[in-house]
Design a protein around this ligand. Sequence first.
Ligand SMILES: [Zn+2]
Ligand SMILES: [Zn+2]
Ligand SMILES: [Zn+2]
Length: 370
Amino acid sequence: MGNTAQKCRQCGREIYFDGICVSCQTENERNRILAFSQEEIDAAVREICEEIEENGKLDEQEQMFINLVNYRDINTAEIARTAFEQKLFRPYEIYKNAPDNIVREMLNLLMQDELETIFVSNLMMCLAVHGSEEVFQAFLELEKHPRKWRENLYVGPSVYATGGGWTFDSNGMFTKTVFDKCYPMVKGTPEKKQHSPVKIGVKADGNCPHCGCRLVNLMEIDGNDSRLDFLEIDGVIKAKCCPNCFPFSGGDFCRYSENGESEIIWGERMFSMDDHLKEDGIEELTSNSYVLGDAPVPPRYAADWEGGSSVGGFGFWIQDCDIKLCPDCGKPMKYLAQIQWDTIMDYMEGNAYIEICRDCKILALLHQQT
Ligand SMILES: [Zn+2]
Ligand SMILES: [Zn+2]
Ligand SMILES: [Zn+2]
């Protein structure tokens, strides 16, 4: 195959084929779609509907659909109408703006007892993305009075709802599990990073008691910056972790104070025995120059492969959406930020996610990869 290293023709990073790297390809396509006129968007939507009508599935136009939702937050009503006729339920975001009559039909289906597990699962994900009051009430009813199909599912409607950025408790208390606004992290310079209200990778004091690795604030967020008013955080919060151990845990927690340091809550879990990162790895992790973008972007802007790092909005869950329960109050936490590992560390894969409980001042740090 002759897989020798060469340089991406656009950014110069090392790749093993001739041309431009996946990250540059994504960036180019994103810029193209961000420049679409309304007519171009309408034409693309028509093509998406045509493919669904003709083939009963979304294949060739699937990436275009995801990009239009993520980068332009298009209204999906027409696509939902077409897809429902063909009984197509993926990608779930098709039903983001599904018309009321279709949502009602979907809810009626869900109220039945005998349904195939995959069908129920798809239906609930689509409805979760829609997330209207009517969907919430139906999910609440189904949580309280489960239908027969519930026996075959690992989790109930309140967990499915988190896929759409919301959930509820047994008393019917509704909570959003995402922030409405989203800001991307963009390439800056080391000087600009000094002044950015959000920083990825900052060395912290101390070492991991388990593996000896230097501790790092995976992200620092200064809520005093007016762009971040939507987070309602009064000071600087630091998501501290052992960057060597935390990818192996199912989720780490740390306690923060808005004007001071954070304290890692070392739970009962697996730790790494060796420090794989060492000083070189820590240096790489903390020497990136990403800064907070100037303007907000649509909520799902970073919700795909190569979505990059972002604050607020929806993350890209490589496995299932994983909203942790706060170890102090037991309530669902709120998704806060995502870091795409390979944008800051060459050999790392997957994403890191940060969640927050502002009531208890606790952060959760999670890692997922394929
Ligand atoms: Zn490149
Ligand atoms: Zn460690
Ligand atoms: Zn809490």
